[in-house]
Design a protein around this ligand. Sequence first.
Ligand SMILES: NC(=O)c1ccc[n+]([C@@H]2O[C@H](COP(=O)([O-])OP(=O)(O)OC[C@H]3O[C@@H](n4cnc5c(N)ncnc54)[C@H](O)[C@@H]3O)[C@@H](O)[C@H]2O)c1
Ligand SMILES: O=c1ccn([C@@H]2O[C@H](COP(=O)(O)OP(=O)(O)O[C@H]3O[C@H](CO)[C@@H](O)[C@H](O)[C@H]3O)[C@@H](O)[C@H]2O)c(=O)[nH]1
Length: 439
Amino acid sequence: MAYRLTVLGTGYLGATHAACMAELGFEVLGLDVDAEKVASLQAGNLPIHEPGLEAILRRNLANGRLRFTTSYEEVADFGDVHFVCVGTPQKKGEYAADTSYLDAVIDSLAPHLRRECLVVGKSTVPVGTAERLAGKLARLAPAGEAAELAWNPEFLREGFAVKDTLHPDRIVLGVRSEKPEKIMREVYASMLEHGTPLVITDYPTAELVKVAANAFLATKISFINAMAEVCEAAHADVKQLSLALSYDERIGGKFLNPGLGFGGGCLPKDIRAFMARAGELGADQALTFLREVDAINMRRRARMVDLARELAGGSFHGCTMTVLGAAFKPDSDDIRDSPALDVAVKIAQLGAKVTVYDPAAMDNARRLHPELNYGTSALEASRDAHVVLLLTEWREFVELDPEELGSVVASRKIVDGRNALDAEVWRAAGWHYRALGRP
Ligand SMILES: NC(=O)c1ccc[n+]([C@@H]2O[C@H](COP(=O)([O-])OP(=O)(O)OC[C@H]3O[C@@H](n4cnc5c(N)ncnc54)[C@H](O)[C@@H]3O)[C@@H](O)[C@H]2O)c1
Ligand SMILES: O=c1ccn([C@@H]2O[C@H](COP(=O)(O)OP(=O)(O)O[C@H]3O[C@H](CO)[C@@H](O)[C@H](O)[C@H]3O)[C@@H](O)[C@H]2O)c(=O)[nH]1
């Protein structure tokens, strides 16, 4: 059967999922409560920066497989499978995740569900959420048990969202009966045919796989950043240490890049929500190490401010600084918990004149931090700078010519916050080069 799909919440995850499922040949209807976002998507203008996604969006709008709406009634009439992709941000002043957007989706959708269908949660949630939402769905849907819930956590990375959606490393599905498995095997048939591993499990295990994966990734990053702290104290080189570790196949080199640490809309809030939920379940001791993972990560930002101050000659006052990067990672415009912006704001508060440049995140950064100055290019932003801080490793920054950059700055001083530059090349061009965890 050719199922008709809907995607509820069309942000970073939902817009990607909607466009990619249409690309696979399904008829897809995306919904968001943000009417401006819906209008933009419907007009073929992707509201986010994600390589390759806008072309897929436009192609599938043009061929009629993809549409967007704000009407829950329309979505309920249209869909056989409803993917839930709304946000689960950190609650203000707490570690826990705010799951109220998921409740709002079920409250809006369920009363219109009059026929057999499957609701599939994709958002990252505290364990136990699926069971609670399944109860709510059963209570509110006129279709009763014919409207079922499954949990199918998403593992895509921003910047690689299209590839990760169309060719995932694995598919995890939490179910309570056989029917959702059968439906989802058909929906993801093209991936399963290519050998993508499928793990069918219960709700809590599916929910936990997601946060466990992010906890592991965050731990790996903080591990190498803890080594950077020790390297700094011992005058050793964390970049070489990381390289040497990576040759051990049991360790591997992925997510072992030392630097300013992790940010974004996922890792920081997910490890905190995981700790909070474990606490509620009486298993808080199991995750106390994540407190340290978080603390090591936040110390990187403080250390970067110290290093910047050191290069400024001990004080930020009267110092002009350029921050290259505002997004939390390259190839994204996402500034949620961005380490780069965090550092930019801090050094500006401490008295530096800061100019920021990012290839994709300027509008988002300007909206959140109008108090900072913004350049129109890396070179223009670096004019007369006393210190340049490279805080997000966009390719165009990594490929900067030290001579060309050197010709516009007031002094050749650079901090490589992502260990992305060749120190020898920059030093040979007369730059005072510094990086976290390196002599
Ligand atoms: N961003 C990623 O790379 C990524 C990857 C894997 C998992 N996740 C998880 O996916 C979820 C969504 O993350 P995101 O980054 O896409 O967030 P986002 O903030 O970009 O998108 C959420 C969208 O939901 C919409 N929304 C809010 N309430 C709604 C409602 N009641 N009905 C319909 N739409 C509503 C918002 O307007 C917004 O467009 C989170 O749980 C996140 O942890 C994100
Ligand atoms: O060796 C590394 C690797 C990453 N980072 C930083 O870690 C953060 C997160 O990077 P990444 O995980 O690539 O980006 P996300 O798009 O946030 O993806 C993570 O979060 C998503 C949302 O849960 C998951 O789906 C993905 O699997 C998971 O990788 C960024 O600030 C990176 O700069 C490092 O500092 N060192």
